[in-house]
Ligand binder design. Structure first.
Ligand SMILES: CC(C)(COP(=O)(O)O)[C@@H](O)C(=O)NCCC(=O)O
Ligand SMILES: [Mn+2]
Length: 871
């Protein structure tokens, strides 16, 4: 591990974990003899309640949004919990969104809460925030204390009222579990003035596992023969299961429900055994060093294999192949050799396999004892290490004859800390489901994987410097990101990554990254999905080959994106620095994911595109295409009146066709497509639009237009409402989607326009849409009347979802809905195979050759008009 947190070396950025010479988990416990005691926990499950007592309106009654003070409502929620093990300290902490000035935030949150409380139409995030996962070496406890102190986590975070007022609240209590909660209680009191409230370790493990399995969509995965596969857990069919926590020792727990569990067994042969024996038998100085050695080991020099006994043959009668281990370390008895004659690599692998296999076998026996089919393995012994997981899986599979399944958890090491966090009352997280949480991976994630945290980075400037230093240091540091020369601050001078980043991290294990969980309690499942449980937005799985392709596409696009981003911030030197840092950060993510596509959990193309936007925002580029969008909006609005006149002169059937052609033609304006960007350099938007319209030859690659038209013309069954999800700014929305929306309005259909809440490439956002509609309405009575009547509802997705929340689960019969999805992002990369409870129309021009071939056996610029009526 080369990252060094001292002196002038780059420090580890916030929200990134970096593991140094971590030792095996040694929780300071007696050997885990089998014990069985049923425990039932009582945990408060309530969401934070509004305390309205003493509420008073500040400001005048005429004020549309007066501030309402709730003097008895505490904004403070529990922020920090710890699991202090023998070698690692795990922290879970919550921070509120830091995207508004603190004062405003408090005011706003009260307002927002009241809107929710009073059932106001818009629903905004309530108690939105982030859940962070961080770990430190217990041996460097001071670093952990500094971290807590610098972020004021023990006082509710730097944005808490007590921190702002400078008051030191008395009796701060922090929940903690693990042996260190006892051992270091005095130190915490002395250094931070806080008391540690000890929580039972088993309670915490179970609460943590239950939370993860319930709230995180792709938390659990199987690992067989090197293949990782994420498992979708059915919430109604989670219990009972077996939880095996592999720390220094091993606890085996039968979990029957929330707070209902029994520690049914355990074994004293665990992570501590591997590390202890390994340390004695090799010269390894750390657990990870030992684990890394095993990567290059060959256990057949030490273990006695079935083939050794049977002269190279399988013992197939009882299902044992020649390479099955008959006796761990068995070969060393017959060899006339000393310890020094064996390679440390081979010793490490034999030890690892012996212990992992034993854990798998004992776990299976316990699963058998209670008739359980699912076994989840957690604890820091696993460390996302392929061999460990494969060996455990093999044992479970072999002995259960495929009946039981071994599964692993991405947050394997944080079960206890999460459980301690859950034990606070009133933090409101108990009720969260997977759709309330969005996991994000900050810029440092690819550099340091699932490793130990260093001091936090203070501000953006520190982040940029950190990135610059990393680049300058090149291969000397853990993360020689495959970049061009450093300081490529010239616009567009950024070189695309050249290597695939197989040297991003020093450790050989495929440690999984744990991101920051963003809590957005107002998010809800789209109510018109046919089967929300099985909904998978991504059309194509990003496996290694697919990822390689997108790596090239997105890397090629980077210089253009950086140029636009820098220009959107005035092209200043500061913007150029940020642009470079962004490009390096995003390239590092790409390199990390190319090396290990599952490093960030199940990651589809939509996640990858979103990661790019997040990365831009991280370096404070809030709308890279802002001027392009404005320019294209203006040019399109100028020709809109002529287009509307032309459409109005047509009969109904021709008009419908012209409208759909118009949508498909205008979808060519996509600044995320390399081919299209090359086109824009050759002509004005109006020229390209005309050319695109002219090329609209039917039949399109998928052409359901005739069915759609017949449905639209059915006078006895008119649609009541159309939900139209719009894509790009400029011609796309102005000349394509607005005329289509207008057609629905003219037919008396209520229209809901759905747009992004945040910028992404040149997509129109919900904030920008009203102005465009207002401008278009100047030339069109239908749009004007609808806008005035409020029939043309413009809102972000969150608002739409809030809107439909109060409706019964199934759509009321009198509402005949139509959902229109437009663009590659919304209807090809995602949702192409999604089925809805209402009629759905998916419209897009395919602006990528490979995608056209892969999905439709077609060609770039093919058009898709896919109509899926429910009956
Ligand atoms: C980023 C996009 C999904 C946006 O497409 P849209 O939804 O705007 O139609 C699309 O531009 C894309 O897939 N681009 C990468 C492919 C390429 O450059 O060929
Ligand atoms: Mn778009």
């Amino acid at each position: 591990m080369a990252a060094n947190n001292s002196g002038s070396e780059p420090r580890i950025p916030e929200d990134v974990t970096l593991e140094d010479e971590a030792e095996a988990e040694a929780k300071g416990k007696a050997p885990a003899a089998s014990s069985s005691a049923t425990t039932t926990m009582n945990r408060s499950g309530s969401r934070p309640q509004l305390d309205l007592s003493g509420a008073a309106i500040h400001g005048t009654l005429e004020d549309r949004n007066p501030t309402i003070l709730l003097p008895n409502q505490s904004d403070d929620i529990s922020h920090l919990a710890l699991d202090i093990g023998g070698s690692l300290i795990k922290l879970v902490y919550f921070s509120r969104h830091a995207d508004q000035p603190t004062e405003d935030k408090r005011k706003l949150s009260t307002k927002r809460r009241l809107e929710i409380f009073t059932g106001a139409r818009r629903s905004y995030p309530v108690l939105g925030g982030r859940l962070h996962f961080v770990k430190f070496e217990t041996g460097k406890l001071n670093e952990c204390l500094d971290f807590i102190s610098s972020k004021q986590l023990h006082r509710g975070g730097v944005d808490s009222p007590s921190w702002r007022s400078g008051a030191q609240p008395d009796n701060i209590v922090i929940k903690a579990t693990g042996g260190g909660a006892f051992k270091y209680a005095d130190l915490f009191k002395e250094r931070l003035g806080v008391s540690l409230e000890k929580e039972d370790e088993m309670d915490c493990l179970v609460a943590g596992a239950n939370f993860l399995l319930k709230a995180i969509r792709h938390e659990a995965f199987t690992h067989m023969d090197g293949q990782k596969e994420y498992v979708q857990i059915d919430q109604n069919d989670l219990f009972p299961y077996l939880l095996v926590n592999v720390g220094s020792g091993v606890s085996i727990i039968k979990v029957d429900g929330h707070g209902k569990f029994q520690r049914v067994s355990g074994t004293n042969v665990g992570g501590g055994t591997y590390w202890g024996l390994g340390r004695l038998m090799t010269e390894c100085k750390s657990f990870d060093e030992l684990l890394e050695l095993s990567q290059r080991g060959d256990n057949s020099t030490i273990d006695m294999l079935v083939g050794d006994i049977y002269g190279g043959l399988d013992y197939s009668k009882i299902g044992l192949s020649a390479s099955t281990i008959a006796s761990s370390f068995g070969k060393t008895i017959s060899d006339n050799k000393e310890l020094s004659d064996y390679r440390p690599e081979d010793i490490s692998l034999s030890l690892l396999r012996m212990i992992s296999y034993n854990i798998g076998q004992i776990s299976y026996l316990n699963a058998l004892r209670y008739g359980l089919k699912r076994i989840f393995f957690g604890g820091f012994f696993i460390r996302g290490h392929a061999y460990t997981m494969d060996t455990i899986s093999f044992a479970v599979h072999f002995w259960s004859k495929g009946e039981a399944k071994a599964m692993f958890l991405r947050h394997e090491g944080f079960l206890g800390a999460l459980g301690a966090f859950m034990s606070y009352e009133k933090h409101g997280l108990d009720d969260l489901s997977a759709h309330h949480l969005v996991e994000r991976f900050p810029m440092g994630a690819p550099y340091v994987g699932g490793k130990i945290h260093g001091p936090p980075l203070g501000d953006l400037n520190e982040k940029i410097s950190w990135m610059e230093k990393f680049v300058q240091k090149g291969t000397q540091i853990t993360a020689p990101v495959p970049m061009g020369a450093p300081a490529t601050t010239g616009m567009g001078g950024f070189e695309r990554p050249t290597s695939k980043g197989d040297i991003l991290r020093s450790d050989a294990s495929a440690a999984l990254n744990v991101g920051v969980l963003h809590l957005v309690p107002s998010l809800d499942v789209f109510p018109l999905l046919e089967d929300p449980k099985t909904y998978e937005p991504n059309t194509i799985d990003l496996d290694h080959d697919e990822f390689k392709y997108w790596f090239t596409i997105l890397s090629d696009h980077l210089p253009d994106l950086v140029e636009k981003a820098v220009a959107s911030e005035g092209g200043t030197d500061d913007a150029k620095r940020r642009g470079d840092a962004f490009a390096h950060a995003f390239s590092a993510h790409l390199a990390r994911l190319t090396e290990e596509p599952a490093a960030y959990g199940k990651f589809g193309l939509a996640n990858l595109l979103e990661l790019r936007e997040e990365c831009l925002r991280e370096f404070q580029f809030f709308d890279a295409y802002v001027s392009i969008k404005q320019r294209e909006n203006e040019a399109s609005l100028a020709v809109l009146p002529d287009l509307l006149m032309e459409l109005d002169s047509m009969d109904e059937e021709d008009r419908l066709l012209a409208l759909i052609e118009g949508v498909l033609a205008a979808n060519i304006f996509d600044w995320g497509s390399k081919a299209c960007v090359d086109l824009y350099n050759q002509g004005t938007i109006i020229e390209i639009y005309r050319m695109s319209r002219k090329k609209m030859q039917r039949p399109w690659r998928i052409d359901d237009f005739d069915t759609f038209k017949s449905r639209m013309l059915k006078k006895d069954q008119p649609y009541k409402r159309a939900l139209i999800s719009v894509d790009n700014a400029g011609a796309d929305v102005v000349l394509g989607m607005l005329p289509l929306a207008r057609e629905f309005l003219r037919r008396g259909v209520e229209v809901v326009l759905v747009a992004n809440s945040l910028p992404a490439l040149n997509d129109i956002t919900a904030n920008e849409l009203p102005e465009i509609v207002a401008e278009a309405a100047k030339h069109c009575g239908i749009l004007r009347k609808a806008a005035e009547a409020g029939g043309l509802i413009v809102d972000a997705m969150a608002g739409i979802q809030g809107d439909t929340k109060d409706e019964p689960a199934s759509v009321p019969l009198m509402v005949v809905m139509q959902l229109i999805l437009e663009g590659m992002g919304r209807s090809l990369h995602t949702n192409l195979n999604a089925r809805f409870k209402c009629d759905a129309l998916k419209l897009a021009m395919v602006k990528n050759q490979r995608l056209a071939e892969k999905l439709f056996n077609g060609n770039i610029y093919d058009c898709i008009c896919k109509f899926e009526p429910v009956s």
